[in-house]
Design a protein around this ligand. Structure first.
Ligand SMILES: [Zn+2]
Length: 487
């Protein structure tokens, strides 16, 4: 039997087409207790899961003592490419993903130009070809029904609705309930995912103006608006619209809005169970991190009580998915917020630490292995309609991570891959260690090093209603060569 190092160093590759075995690792899955198995990989796919010590199809690599889990799927990232590549690029953002155990990212339409038309969607999709270290899907943005149909035909997994706006998001803005419901009705026909940034722009603007008039400009003041009555009103209104129209919506960054938003969501889901929500894995505390980091900790930072609520909600499945809202900004952009918190854009890089934070919680006994897998991979795959992603089973893509439960590591921003070069978790000690990340059978990262940049592929929905290519607003008749369907 060969060492796992040999497999990783060889870049053990699906492209080589052979069968090989990861022997004796503990498989974590969403629907069964952890069990020590042999995992048989054939090319890009999982071929079989067999009792430990029994598989010998091709080279056998020793994973004794390690956990095996599906690679994470991040529903919510901002890789800033095209348009703001001083903050992040396809290459750097997906390297951060691979190094952190995320094998598929779903990028938001707030790149520049904003992705509100079929032409812009296709241009962005094609511009990413051959550059990503992990697989990727792309959200559509905008409100024009014909453009939405065309973007679905071009491969969009779903649409992002912005009920609030800010510089760079103006064209994505759905200003009222009528506009939101129009997108929901089209989405009901398309059968794709709907992610919502909930808000009420006028109410939040008024709240902010009132605080500024009173001379208030600390990070806590910014948080008061983020968690304020405007965003809660917006949240209630979209939950009502979704329930009225029986169109599932997925709530983006629920944790940013605080525990009152969680209460609203729980109430709405009792009436309409197809609603879903995401949260980052809570990491930053108001008591310790906020005073030290200031605006670098915005917008998602938790009081001790809120942290417990959100971790519990992830652990018991109330919150379906862990998603980062990876939103890198440079230090030059953040620093003006040291004196005036309104002057800094909210957001921080989080891709490289997302799965490691959840694994730390698993090892601490705060997160059950089943929920670890489902929140990071299973639920996102279901929401995006990716049948062959998000689980380790015969026929699925061999997207997986190997984790050492006996290891540990210290977050070090100087070695991380996001272009901005900082992390709010710098210095944090975490239990467990990510040993290697595999994408479709190929070793793409180990110990923070990227083994195979550029191998990520564009992924479309494979479940839900079929969307005919060449529909209204579509400019293309033939799928691009780099595309693939996930089934
Ligand atoms: Zn976002």
């Amino acid at each position: 039997m060969r060492s796992l190092d040999e497999a990783i160093n060889a870049g053990q590759s699906g492209a080589d087409g052979g069968r090989w075995v990861i022997r004796g690792g503990r498989l974590l899955s969403a629907d069964a207790e952890p069990v020590v198995v042999d995992l048989v990989i054939d090319g890009e796919r999982v071929a079989a899961v067999e009792p430990a010590g029994t598989a010998d199809a091709g080279p056998v690599f020793d994973a004794a003592g390690l956990d095996i889990a599906p690679g994470a799927i991040d529903l919510h990232v901002h890789l800033r490419d095209p348009g703001q590549t001083h903050k992040e690029t396809v290459e750097t953002g997906t390297a951060a993903a691979a190094a952190g155990g995320t094998t598929l990212v779903c990028d938001m339409p707030s790149t520049q130009p904003q992705v509100t038309t079929v032409d812009r969607y296709v241009a962005k999709r094609d511009a990413w070809t051959g550059r990503a270290a992990v697989d990727y899907a792309l959200w559509a943005g905008g409100t024009d029904p014909d453009q939405l149909r065309g973007m679905a035909a071009a491969g969009a997994v779903g649409v992002k609705i912005y009920m609030a706006t800010s510089p760079g998001f103006d064209q994505l803005y759905s200003p009222d309930d009528t506009a939101v419901r129009r997108v929901l009705r089209v989405s009901a026909e398309l059968g794709w995912a709907v992610s919502v940034h909930a808000g009420d722009q006028a109410a939040s603007d008024a709240h902010r103006a009132e605080l500024i008039r009173a001379g208030r400009r600390t990070p806590a003041d910014v948080l008061a608006v983020t968690r304020g009555p405007g965003n809660l009103a917006g949240l209630r209104s979209v939950l009502t619209a979704a329930t009225d129209l029986r169109q599932p919506v997925h709530l983006a960054h629920l944790s940013a809005y605080g525990t009152a938003a969680l209460d609203e969501f729980v109430r709405a889901r009792a009436e309409f169970p197809r609603l879903t929500a995401e949260s980052c894995f809570p990491a930053l505390s108001e008591e310790e991190d906020l005073p030290r980091l200031g605006v670098y900790a915005l917008p998602t930072v938790f009081s001790a009580a809120a942290r417990d609520r959100f971790v519990d909600a992830i652990a018991d499945g109330t919150i379906d998915a862990i998603a980062t809202d990876h939103a890198p900004h440079t230090r030059d952009e953040k620093d003006p917020g040291r004196h005036d918190a309104w002057a800094a854009p909210p957001g921080y890089p989080a891709l490289e630490t997302s799965l490691p934070l959840a694994y730390d919680a698993l090892l601490a006994g705060r997160l059950d292995p089943r929920r670890f897998v489902d929140a990071l991979a299973g639920a996102p795959a279901r929401i995006l309609g990716l049948a062959r992603k998000g689980r380790i089973a015969p026929g699925c893509d061999a997207d997986l991570v190997l984790l050492d439960p006996a290891g540990s590591w210290r977050v070090d921003e100087s070695t991380m891959h996001s272009l901005v070069g900082w992390s709010p978790l710098h210095g944090r000690e975490l239990r467990g260690r990510l040993v290697a990340t595999y994408l479709r059978g190929r070793s793409i990262a180990r110990g923070g090093d990227i083994m195979y940049p550029g191998g990520g592929q564009f992924v479309r929905r494979s479940t839900g209603r079929a969307v005919a290519a060449g529909g209204p607003g579509s400019t293309e008749k033939v799928p691009g060569a780099a595309e693939r369907r996930s089934s």
